[in-house]
Design a protein around this ligand. Structure first.
Ligand SMILES: Nc1ncnc2c1ncn2[C@@H]1O[C@H](COP(=O)(O)OP(=O)(O)OP(=O)(O)O)[C@@H](O)[C@H]1O
Length: 539
């Protein structure tokens, strides 16, 4: 038998209306009264404060001084009474003082707490040897000194850990010298906890240094079509403070796959993790083309740091607008997914094939250069095939150089001279990835012409500085995820970088979501064989 429905409760019934109106009237009246009485309340509070202060002073006064003090006060009152407008002026003065004393003060900002104070004191003491000078008559930093003087502001997180510190330092500190800065940064890094990444910002004009804890860069961005202009390649993503631009990207493709498998349309993924969502993220964009000052790129990293992944990501972005030649020096078949695709002229790993391909690339660069020159002489724009970029992508060329030297053949890197030297005018871009410990095997031409640089994975400060030509602005990362590193384009600033995950779709370890994301970006099969394409382009 079905249960009968419960009668509906009438919560907002007509009988309650007079009560509600009465309550609203009482609230409005109370608010108005509070507004009108607010100055009076402040004055009475101020008078109470003044009276309490006077009582405390009187109580603190030694007994023998009370008589003279009373006499002086009475004399002053008498003089004021005799002065024209004296009583009125003193009444106004008293009301002013009461109003000031009775004003409502904003609650004081919460302090750093006992642990935080101790941490700040330790940091202060550790900085004394670097910021103190014996000749300074009024040192900002001295042993046992007051830390709150130079430390202008600071923030702690909910665990009581320092997240930001703004400090002053004396003008005589040599903040223009990298070594002096590095010493101070090292101390702050050690004293604030080595398990986080810090950004140091030196304001040399104002003698101020800011330490800020950086959040980890997102590792949930996978290969996808980025919203970029022609000639722009996204190397990865960085901090919002580092670049002014953002790109909308889809984050968490694995979650998206989990949802589509479950049939759920949106919201929480099946495992309770974060759902795939579009976010605006600051990118590191590398601009190539005839006007680019950094037409070629060098990527260095330890084995497993993600250099092949970055090259794959660049290739997938290049393919819709250009032709690519891939030289796989390690010969592990990590570019097999590109074989036979439209726009892929060749994927070579054997020495003979690599030499033939690079020789062709040299001639093709010269042909493009001549065609572009001729068009310019006649005042035309370059022919269409010259405007279509040619990408020469080499992974671990030093391994092939070694094989060539052992075999008495031409070094493949020698064949890169023409594309590297004239690539900018001929719309040819060279991308080289090499392992850090084999960087000495790179030719002079590669080192000289690759002005866009990326370092991935764990690397010492010296190594990173040597590759980028400038030290990174942040401290080493405690745990480096694959594809994490630094990028520098020409003489620009050094950016933190996280490369979008672009795994080999034929690798068994690749997740289903990422495999599909990469396959979706691959062009369809080429009509002719790769060899035919190279031959056709060269004629
Ligand atoms: N940006 C990234 N996000 C997620 N995983 C990544 C990223 N980059 C690399 N990986 C993963 O790290 C592993 C190594 O990457 P990769 O093969 O690109 O490194 P590598 O520097 O080329 O090393 P090796 O020369 O040994 O192949 C792979 O499993 C890859 O999927």
């Amino acid at each position: 038998m079905d249960l009968p429905p419960l009668p509906r409760l009438r919560l907002g019934g007509a009988g309650r209306a007079p009560f509600r109106r009465g309550r609203e009237f009482a609230r409005t009246a109370a608010d108005s009264a509070a507004d009108v009485l607010h100055p009076l309340l402040a004055l009475s509070r101020g008078l109470r404060v003044l009276a309490a202060g006077a009582r405390r002073r009187w109580a603190e006064l030694p007994g023998e001084q009370r008589g003279p003090a009373f006499f002086v006060a009475a004399a002053c009152l008498f003089v004021v009474f005799l002065l024209p407008y004296g009583p009125l002026a003193s009444a106004i003065g008293l009301l002013g003082a009461a109003g000031w004393a009775g004003r409502v003060r904003a609650p004081a900002a919460p302090g750093p707490g006992a642990d935080g104070t101790e941490r700040l004191r330790l940091i202060y003491e550790a900085l004394v040897p670097y910021f103190a000078a014996a000749e300074d008559p009024d040192p900002l930093y001295s042993h046992g000194g007051e830390w709150s003087r130079p430390f202008e502001s600071f923030d702690f997180d909910e665990d009581g850990r320092l997240t930001r510190l703004l400090l002053r330092y004396p003008a005589y500190f040599t903040d223009g010298e990298a070594a002096s800065r590095a010493r101070v940064e090292q101390v702050l890094y050690a004293k604030s906890g080595r398990d986080r990444e810090y950004l140091f910002t030196w304001d040399e004009e104002a003698n101020r240094l800011t330490l800020a804890v950086l959040p980890a860069l997102s590792t949930a961005i996978c290969a996808q079509r980025f919203v970029t202009a022609p000639g722009e390649t996204v190397l990865g993503f960085t901090d919002a403070s580092s670049v002014r631009r953002t790109l909308p990207v889809l984050e968490g493709v694995d979650d998206e796959m989990a949802q589509s498998r479950d049939g759920s349309d949106a919201g929480e993924p099946a495992d309770g993790g974060t759902a795939a969502a579009t976010r605006d993220v600051p990118p590191v964009v590398w601009r190539t083309g005839p006007r680019s000052t950094e037409p070629h790129l060098l990527v260095l990293g330890r084995p497993g740091s993600g250099t092949t992944t970055l090259l794959r990501s660049i290739l997938l972005q290049a393919l819709p607008h250009g032709d690519v030649l891939v030289v796989d020096g390690s010969g592990t078949g990590e570019y097999a997914c590109l074989g036979g695709r439209a726009g892929v002229l060749a994927v070579e790993c054997g020495l003979a094939g690599v030499l033939a391909t690079l020789e062709w690339a040299g001639h093709e660069t010269e042909r493009r250069l001549l065609a572009a020159n001729r068009a310019r002489q006649f005042g035309h724009s370059p022919p269409e095939d010259v405007q279509r970029p040619l990408w020469i992508v080499l992974d671990r060329p030093s391994a092939l150089s070694h094989v060539a030297a052992a075999d008495g053949r031409t070094d493949p890197q020698e064949l890169l001279q023409v594309p590297l030297r004239h690539g900018r005018a001929a719309n040819v871009r060279v991308v080289v990835a090499e392992q850090l410990d084999a960087a000495e095997g790179l030719s002079e031409a590669v080192r000289f012409h690759t002005r866009a640089r990326v370092v991935l994975g764990p690397a010492s400060l010296e190594q990173t500085t040597a590759v980028l030509g400038a030290p990174p602005p942040t401290t080493p990362v405690p745990e480096v995820p694959a594809g994490r590193g630094y990028a520098r384009l020409g003489a620009g600033p050094v950016h933190r970088l996280q490369v979008p995950a672009t795994p080999d779709p034929y690798d068994d370890a690749t997740s289903e979501g990422q495999r599909r994301a990469v396959l979706r970006l691959l062009p369809g099969p080429d009509a002719g064989s790769p060899g035919e394409r190279v031959a056709a382009t060269s004629t």
